[in-house]
Ligand binder design. Structure first.
Ligand SMILES: Cc1cc2nc3c(=O)[nH]c(=O)nc-3n(C[C@H](O)[C@H](O)[C@H](O)COP(=O)(O)O)c2cc1C
Length: 372
């Protein structure tokens, strides 16, 4: 290839501005770029208390536009894995406070993802108690326990009064998160999506049946958190299509309501199946579809590399993109400083993916190697 042609191709594929690296105002927060670190459970906590290594892990990534923490469990019965962090004991709260401070002093921005696993848990993680759910439907998932992956069991259906108590637990957890923003985890197959989905919600009270009833717990949780936090500090993650448990149309109902709630953002994971293959139908146009329903800030997630992330932000189908595999391996400072280099030289090395083994390791002897 002639030097001239090579130069021409380089110029064509080098945009003047890498849109992904442009700033965005998110409520009171000024994000220096549009790369969000997607929540990722790393299973490194002890008794639900985040360890020093997690302080380092999060502060290392402070140059991301926004960090969203791993799922943080709001109560003892919410826990859905071994070595995952909680936010319901004083020690846990203090440790999250250290993480918030470390990220803020490194110049970063952080949202705490509040989670309840519902039936995607196990008796061995709940001191022998049966996991809870809207209805007694085994979600047939795998759960990481002290003895490796185990199958979920048939859960116990929650009483109506218990659902109200869980809403209160979310409010308390939001207070406990103190200086972080809040992301409510309504994605994958955990408690909140189990309410949204007809295959896991067979209830006949005000939390089951109609779209409004199935969406009720999500609305109540957001409203409860909204009594203790400005709405511009509250986000919601949803994943409207998951193979195995079907799609949940109650999502659209929530999104219409969400316009008035005016949250910091909606974080949308696009279609995937349990083998991590994309659901083709929703893949390319997921965000355009939901953009029409929800008018606020949208974070796109699912199967992006930096080039496709940039293309989506450029065509404005999303405002921000969250990445999981990429950011777990590569300190985000590399990505951001990469903005000053020619686009073609930067993108290919950054789309390398981390091995699944390094992403989610429950044995402490591996923790230090998996931090970087
Ligand atoms: C090991 C692992 C842990 C994860 N933990 C969480 C979590 O705690 N909360 C959450 O909302 N999503 C979690 N996810 C999902 C990611 O945030 C993201 O939605 C998903 O991996 C798709 O993005 P990607 O295509 O960039 O990987 C996890 C994914 C992986 C692989």
């Amino acid at each position: 290839m002639s030097m001239k042609l090579e130069q021409q191709q380089e110029n064509e594929s080098t945009p003047d501005v890498i849109t992904l690296l442009t700033p965005l105002q998110l409520g009171a927060l000024s994000l220096p770029n549009r790369i969000v670190m997607s929540p990722m459970t790393r299973a490194r906590s002890t008794d639900g208390v985040p360890t020093d290594i997690e302080v380092k892990y999060y502060s290392q990534r402070a140059s991301a536009g926004l960090i969203i923490t791993a799922g943080i469990y709001i109560s003892r019965m919410a826990v859905g894995g071994i070595n995952v962090p909680g936010i319901y004991t004083d020690q846990q709260i203090d440790s999250w406070q250290r993480i918030n401070e470390a990220v803020h002093s490194a110049g970063g921005r952080i949202f705490a993802q509040l989670s309840h696993s519902g039936s995607v848990s196990h008796l061995s993680l709940l001191n022998g108690d049966t996991p809870v759910d809207p209805s007694a439907v085994n979600p047939r998932q795998k759960v990481m326990s002290a003895s490796g992956y185990v199958d979920t069991v048939e859960p116990r259906a929650l009483m109506t009064s218990e659902i109200r108590a869980i809403v209160e637990e979310y409010r308390t957890a939001a207070v406990n998160a103190k200086k972080a923003g809040i992301e409510v985890h309504g994605a994958n197959v955990y408690l909140l999506p189990e309410f949204l989905n007809t295959s896991t919600n067979l209830r006949q009270d005000e939390y089951g049946g109609t779209l409004e009833n199935r969406a009720r717990i999500v609305v109540e949780v957001l409203n409860a958190i909204g009594t203790v936090w400005d709405h511009e500090r509250i986000g919601l993650k949803l994943s409207p299509a998951i193979s195995g448990i079907g799609t949940y149309t109650a999502v659209e109902h929530i999104l219409k309501w969400l316009n008035d709630f005016s949250p910091a953002y909606l974080h949308l994971r696009r279609g995937f199946d349990t083998n991590r293959n994309p659901i083709e139908m929703l893949r390319e146009h997921t965000f355009e579809h939901y953009r029409d329903v929800f008018r606020g800030t949208l974070i796109g997630n699912g199967g992006f590399d930096l080039a496709t992330a940039n293309a989506h932000v450029e065509r404005e189908s999303v405002d921000l993109v969250s990445l999981q595999g990429t950011t777990s391996q590569i300190p985000i400072s590399w990505i951001v400083s990469a903005g000053t280099k020619p686009y073609r030289q930067v993108i290919p090395p950054l789309i390398t993916r981390v091995s699944r083994r390094a992403m989610w390791i429950s044995q402490p002897q591996y923790w230090s190697v998996a931090t970087e």
